[in-house]
Design a protein around this ligand. Structure first.
Ligand SMILES: [Zn+2]
Length: 467
C-alpha cells in the first residue's frame, strides 16, 4: 500500500472512513494482492497502545500502533493495519496511552541547581535570584543544571522545551547529549555577532533551534529590543521574552511611556507571528486584541504564576480571541517542577475557579495546549504536536496501570486530573528512544544528580551573602 493511503487510513478513520475504504479498494485493485500483504520495514513500532494522536478527530484508537522510520512517523492506526510493519525494534505499550510528547514553551532548565532556594522571598527576582546568579552561574553549572532539568522533563513526558538562560552553549550541549528537542533562547547583547555564529554552528542540527532571547521589557533597552526584533525577522527565527509578568514592569512602563507592556513592545516592532510572550498575565482588552492581530503566541505558566501569587493570565479570553497558547513550567525556582503532566490539572482547575465556572477549560483543551498549542506557538505545527504520518516522531507512552489511572473512561480527563509524571514510561524524540520503561538511555541520571549535589555545595556557600 502506498504511503498516502496509509496516511489516509490513519487520519480519516472517524470522518470519512467510507472514502478511505473506497480508495483502499481502488488501490488494492491497482496494486494487486501481493503488495497488500508485503511487509513494510520500519525502524520502530509501538504496538498495543491506547493511541491518542491529537489529530483533528481528537479521538483515540484502542489497541493501536504507531510506526516510525528514521525521525518520522509513517503510520498510525488500529492493530489490524499495523500487522504489515516489520520493525527493527518493537515496543509493547501494554495498553498505555501513546501520545505526542509535550512541549514546555517556557523554562530555564539550569535553575534546577537553585531549586528550593528563596521560595518565599518577596521581590525574589531582584533581591535574591539575580545576585545569586551573578555569583555562581558559569558554563559548567548551566551544563549540569540543564541536563538535570531536561532529564526531569523527559521523565515527565516533555520532549521539547524553550529554554532561556546564560551560557546557552552549555544548554545546547546538554540537549544534544540527552537527545532532547530544544529551542534555545540565546540571551541577546548589543553585539549580535556571537548569536550569528551560534546560529551558524547549529545549521542542520535536527534537535536544536536557536531563538532570539530577550529577558523582559524592564531588563532590556528599547534600542536592543528594536534591533533584536529586526534580527529575528532577518533570520526568520522566533524571539521570546517575559511579558506583562511583574507589577513594577507595568508601573515603570506606564510612568515612562504611558504604555502597557504589549503596547510598548509593539511600538518597538517585536510583536508578530514569531514572537512568543512568556506569562502575559496583566493584559487589557486592547492588549488581547493586539496580540491576536499580530499573531503573537503566549507561553502560559500557571503553576509558577500561582506560586508567585501574581495573577491568572486571561487564557480563556486569549484563546477566544484566536491567540495561540502553549504551556510552560517557567524555571524550577518558580514552579519547582519541570514536567508538564503534573501541571495540567492546575491549568484546568485554576481557570475554572478564576471564572467561577466548572465547564470552562475542559481537559481536552489543556492537553491541546500542552501538545499542539506548543507546536503552534513555535510555528512547528507541521512537524510537531500530534501523531500523524509525516510528522517528527516525538512520542510518549503514559502508563494506565497506576491506581489513580484506573478506571479510564476518557483519556484527556485521566491525563489532566489523574496522571502523575511517574506514569510516563517511555519517551521517543526524533525517532530515538530516549527513555524506555523509566530508564534513561542517553545519559546517566545518577551521575547528573551527583554533579548537581556538588554544585549545591558551591551555591550554599554564597547563599548567606545574597539574603
Ligand atoms: Zn521565566
Amino acid at each position: 500500500m502506498t504511503l498516502p493511503l496509509r496516511k489516509c487510513f490513519a487520519t480519516c478513520r472517524h470522518a470519512v472512513l467510507g472514502a478511505c475504504l473506497m480508495l483502499a479498494m481502488f488501490a488494492s485493485a491497482r496494486a494487486g494482492a501481493a503488495s497488500e500483504t508485503a511487509a513494510v520495514k520500519v525502524d520502530l513500532l509501538i504496538t498495543n497502545g491506547l493511541v491518542f494522536p491529537m489529530d483533528a478527530s481528537r479521538g483515540t484508537i484502542t489497541n493501536g500502533f504507531v510506526a516510525i522510520d528514521g525521525a518520522r512517523i509513517v503510520a498510525v492506526g488500529p492493530a489490524a493495519d499495523g500487522a504489515r510493519y516489520r520493525a527493527t525494534k518493537t515496543i509493547d505499550a501494554r495498553g498505555g496511552i501513546v501520545m505526542p510528547g509535550m512541549i514546555n514553551t517556557h523554562t530555564h532548565a539550569a535553575m534546577t541547581v537553585f531549586r528550593g532556594l528563596g521560595d518565599d522571598v518577596a521581590d525574589r527576582l531582584r533581591r535574591f535570584i539575580w545576585p545569586l546568579e551573578a555569583k555562581v552561574v558559569d558554563a559548567e553549572l548551566v551544563y549540569w543544571g540543564s541536563l538535570h532539568g531536561m532529564i526531569e522533563m523527559i521523565e515527565g513526558g516533555v520532549t521539547s522545551l524553550v529554554d532561556s538562560y546564560p551560557f546557552p552553549e552549555s544548554t545546547t550541549r546538554a540537549a544534544q547529549e540527552l537527545g532532547m528537542r530544544a529551542f534555545i533562547a540565546y540571551p541577546m547583547k548589543d553585539d549580535f555577532a556571537p548569536f550569528r555564529a551560534y546560529v551558524e554552528s547549529l545549521r542542520g542540527d535536527p534537535l536544536i533551534t536557536p531563538v532570539v532571547g530577550l529577558h523582559s521589557p524592564y531588563a532590556e533597552t528599547p534600542e536592543r529590543i528594536r534591533a533584536a526584533a529586526k534580527l529575528a525577522d532577518e533570520l526568520g527565527l522566533l524571539s521570546t521574552m517575559h511579558v506583562a509578568e511583574m507589577d513594577f514592569e507595568l508601573k515603570e512602563l506606564r510612568e515612562k511611556h504611558q504604555q502597557t507592556p504589549i503596547e510598548y513592545l509593539d511600538s518597538l516592532g517585536l510583536l508578530g507571528p514569531r514572537f512568543l510572550a512568556a506569562h502575559a498575565i496583566f493584559l487589557t482588552e486592547s492588549d488581547i486584541a493586539l496580540l491576536a492581530q499580530r499573531g503573537v503566541a503566549v507561553a502560559h505558566n500557571m503553576v509558577a504564576n500561582i506560586k508567585s501569587a501574581k495573577g491568572v493570565a486571561p487564557v480563556l479570553k486569549l484563546r477566544a480571541a484566536g491567540v495561540t497558547v502553549g504551556l510552560g513550567t517557567d524555571g524550577p525556582m518558580s514552579g519547582n517542577t519541570l514536567d508538564l503532566i503534573g501541571q495540567l490539572g492546575y491549568v484546568a482547575k485554576l481557570h475554572k475557579l478564576d471564572n467561577k465556572d466548572r465547564t470552562v477549560m475542559p481537559a481536552i483543551d489543556v492537553v491541546e495546549m500542552a501538545t499542539l498549542g506548543g507546536a503552534r506557538a513555535l510555528r512547528r505545527e507541521a512537524q510537531l504536536g500530534s501523531l500523524e504520518p509525516g510528522k517528527l516522531a516525538d512520542v510518549i507512552i503514559v502508563d494506565t496501570e497506576s491506581t489513580a489511572m484506573v478506571p479510564l473512561y476518557d483519556v484527556a480527563t485521566n491525563l489532566v486530573y489523574s496522571a502523575s509524571p511517574r506514569d510516563v514510561r517511555t519517551a521517543i524524540i526524533q525517532g530515538r528512544v530516549v527513555m524506555e520503561d523509566r530508564r534513561l538511555l542517553t545519559v546517566d541520571p545518577a551521575l547528573v544528580r551527583g554533579k548537581v549535589r556538588e554544585i549545591m555545595q558551591r551555591v550554599r556557600a554564597v547563599v548567606p551573602d545574597v539574603k
